[in-house]
Design a protein around this ligand. Structure first.
Ligand code: SF4
Length: 340
């Protein structure tokens, strides 16, 4: 019989487990401490539980941590980890060290339904939502897990399409009973789904990054079919109801494609679209992917784009490109693995 996994359970869920097994209520605190403070790999290591309770717990439960099956190291220090989540499916997490920061980019789904034109994961189609266990395991089971300073949900999948599991993981990462991370260290990136956006903003304090890529609806639809269901202007209208001027950061991701969305007309339209919002725009260099007729803009064009935005009141940065030699673009390694 397949055992249930403790890793990825919230405190309330752990409490339900102990009560259902007839264990004292206080053991929930002990178990969560073994999982999330001491990060043990097995129930046997939970030595302040009596042998009887450990045996009882082991009948149906396990910690449920699993090491990555592959790691690819870039010359710039970036490491791409591959996790096996079913007989045929793999997901990626990318560790990105950068001076005093160490960021992990995690996945929320196997494949993705959003089918963005520029994305290798989108080409895989959708296979499954990751469970809270499988999402958290990406953080738990890499060697650098304890040294991370930031987590970004920008790997495979659309996080708002798996919102319940995402919110569970965010609770575990930010609660006093577990990781105690500040929500300011976590950013969730989304195309902006109608159903998930409002709930995420209201139920979490983590930073939000919206994938924008074009301020023009017709073009955004071509690049990102999700625009058809919930347009960028509707997204911006929802965002204007919330206050992002304090601790919580709102950013927009903008991949700059050569000859597609890199002219000043796009920058001008972005300024118009984002007027009145406390936000920043992250310009991203495009990693070419096989079979897609898009190229990255050159650096001079990106600098001019950034300077236009910043000088017109929209703070903008260019994100450094990392790990190009190890297929760091999302979905490339897992696609290769699936095809082996
Ligand atoms: S860019 Fe993100 S939302 Fe779009 S297909 Fe890829 S994983 Fe899905």
């Amino acid at each position: 019989m397949r055992k249930f996994r403790l890793l990825g359970m919230t405190f309330d869920e752990i409490q339900q487990v102990v009560l259902s097994l007839g264990m004292p209520k206080f053991t929930a605190k002990q178990i969560s401490s073994w999982l999330y403070d001491k990060k043990v790999d097995s129930i046997d290591e939970m030595t302040n539980l009596s042998l009887k309770f450990r045996d009882l717990l082991k009948e149906e439960y396990e910690v449920g941590a699993s090491a990555p099956v592959e790691a690819m190291r870039s010359t710039d220090g970036t490491v791409k980890y591959l996790f096996q989540v079913s007989d045929t499916d793999f997901v990626e997490a990318v560790y990105i060290p950068d001076e005093d920061r160490a960021t992990l980019c995690v996945s929320s789904q196997v494949g993705c339904k959003m089918n963005c034109k520029f994305c290798m994961t989108g080409k895989q189609g959708f296979s499954a939502n990751l469970t809270a266990n499988q999402i958290l395991n990406q953080i738990y089971s890499i060697p650098e897990g304890d040294t991370l300073t930031n987590i970004v949900f920008m790997g495979m999948g659309e996080p708002f399409d798996n919102l319940d599991e995402l919110l569970k993981v965010l609770e575990i990462l930010t609660s006093d009973y577990s990781y105690k991370w500040s929500p300011k260290r976590i950013t969730v990136s989304s195309v902006g789904l109608r159903k998930g956006l409002q709930r995420f903003i209201e139920e979490s304090d983590c930073h939000l990054a919206i994938s924008l890529h074009s301020p023009f609806s017709a073009q955004r639809k071509e690049l990102m079919p999700a625009e058809k269901a919930f347009s960028i202007t509707e997204i911006v209208d929802v965002l204007k109801n919330y206050d992002f001027s304090k601790q919580r950061r709102l950013s927009f991701e903008y991949i700059v494609f050569k000859g597609v969305n890199d002219g000043l007309i796009y920058a001008k339209e972005l300024v118009k679209l984002l007027r009145g919002l406390d936000c920043r725009v992250n310009l991203i260099r495009f990693h070419a992917i096989p079979g897609v007729d898009l190229e990255g803009a050159d650096m001079d064009t990106m600098l001019a784009f950034r300077d236009y935005l910043t000088s017109h009141g929209v703070f903008s940065t260019i994100r450094a490109s990392r790990g190009e030699d190890i297929f760091a673009a999302c979905g490339m390694l897992s696609t290769a693995k699936k095809q082996e």
